[in-house]
Design a protein around this ligand. Structure first.
Ligand code: NAD
Ligand code: TYD
Length: 365
């Protein structure tokens, strides 16, 4: 296969590239990434000289660039990860007093405009779809695939202490600028299947964790804070539930989709079968790291915080033979060990612009 991976320098994209080259060494990969604050080529250092891997720095919103990449590399499969992916960043600049001026925001964090979410996630996906149709229509889409990576957050929030879970038939109800921009991108992907016959598949996956995750998300932030002997900020009462998916299980699920899924189908991918709330999750991390509950710091809640996500991945299990390989504790330990062993990776991140973000996000909470 000849794959175009978008956003391959980010967390899941870089894990996917490692996974794919290990399991499909003869396939060719082009990685298109514009290297936003969380795009990091260090994630891919060990394979950068692999003759079957090529990096292109560029934007998925650039139709000519994407078209040229598809033609020149005879790409037959697109796996689309590129996005702005952090909910807090998507709401950071709006507070009770209203929106800060554009100019101020731009000076502070070029990368964290809420508008960036619609631009990269929705518009970017639209451009990519157009480029794929233009490049592949002549061959009537023969042996072509466009796989779109999305999130369970498009379904909104479930109540606590409820047996209900998201499934492929759950109605979309996104509640943050991030999830709304992803929901819009999902609809565009489906529309290109219906309208043009573009051979698409979609996965809506739960909260990923593992190596190379930018320490703005809960688990890498908690683990690296604890390694620095700093407290872990817990939003609100901490009784928020997420479905935790180890990134390698996610990569295997995408592989199964590319190999076995029916075109036009959507699959939900999750990691757990029972609810674990943020407090329980971080308590497990504390136990593995030999730290006490004194390292928790309750802070002001996130606006519009979704109470519970839970994913029913029965369809992926039945149709694709998907299931997570190990349990949460095994994966948490593996993840903690990775951050222990790769201190220079996260210390470099935590010493740059990240400090400004951390101050703005947590100082006054
Ligand atoms: P990430 O933020 O770590 O990486 C995103 C990558 O996309 C970065 O390398 C960035 O430079 C690149 N990018 C952003 N805009 C771009 C553009 N316009 N052109 C080219 N490159 C661009 O994100 P992640 O956590 O790896 O998430 C990857 C995908 O998975 C996203 O689509 C996200 O919505 C989805 N997802 C993530 C999670 C999760 O828990 N992290 C869960 C479900 C779904
Ligand atoms: P996060 O990793 O940002 O993922 P998402 O919002 O996409 O689910 O957050 C996971 C959960 O952890 C969510 O309920 C918010 C909470 N959280 C904290 O309590 N403290 C933090 O510092 C962060 C980043 C998140």
């Amino acid at each position: 296969m000849k794959l175009l991976i978008t956003g391959g320098a980010g967390f899941i994209g870089s894990n996917f590239i490692h996974y794919w080259l290990k399991n499909h060494p003869d396939d060719k990969i082009v990685n298109l990434d514009k290297l936003t604050y969380c795009g990091n080529l260090e994630n891919l250092q060990s394979i950068e000289k692999n003759p079957n891997y090529k990096f292109v720095k560029g934007d998925i919103c650039d139709l000519n660039l994407v078209g040229a990449i598809l033609q020149e590399n005879k790409i037959d499969t697109i796996v689309h990860f590129a996005a702005q992916s952090h909910v807090d960043q998507s709401i950071l600049n709006i507070d009770k007093e209203g929106r800060e001026s554009n100019e101020t925001i731009q000076k502070l964090f070029e990368h964290s405009l809420p508008y960036d979410f619609v631009l990269n996630n929705t518009w970017g996906t639209h451009v990519l779809l157009e480029a794929a149709v233009k490049a592949w229509r002549g061959e009537e889409f023969r042996n072509k695939k466009f796989h779109h990576i999305s999130t369970d957050e498009v379904f909104g929030a479930l109540p606590l202490d409820d047996a209900g879970k998201f499934s492929e038939s759950t109605k979309y109800d996104p509640r943050s600028p991030y999830s709304a921009s992803k929901a819009a991108s999902d609809h565009l992907v489906s529309a290109y299947y219906t309208t043009y016959g573009l051979p698409v598949t979609i996965t809506n996956t739960s909260n990923n964790y593992g190596p190379y995750q930018y320490p703005e998300k809960l688990l890498p932030l908690a683990i690296t804070n604890l390694l620095e002997n700093k407290k872990v900020p817990i939003y609100g009462d901490g009784k928020y539930v997420r479905d935790w998916l180890y990134v390698e299980d996610h990569c295997r699920a995408i592989e199964l989709v590319l190999e076995k899924a029916k075109i036009g189908e959507t699959y939900l991918i999750g990691g757990l079968t029972e609810d674990v709330n943020n407090l329980e999750l971080i308590n497990r991390v504390l136990a593995i790291m030999g730290k006490s509950e004194e390292m928790l710091e309750y802070v002001k809640d996130r606006p519009g915080h979704d109470r519970r996500y839970a994913v029913d991945w029965t369809k992926a299990k039945n149709e694709l033979d998907y299931k997570p390989l190990y349990d949460l504790d095994t994966y948490l330990e593996k993840t903690i060990n990775w951050y222990k062993e790769n201190e220079s990776w996260w210390k470099r991140i935590k010493s740059g612009d990240y400090l400004k973000y951390y101050k703005k996000q947590y100082e006054k909470r």
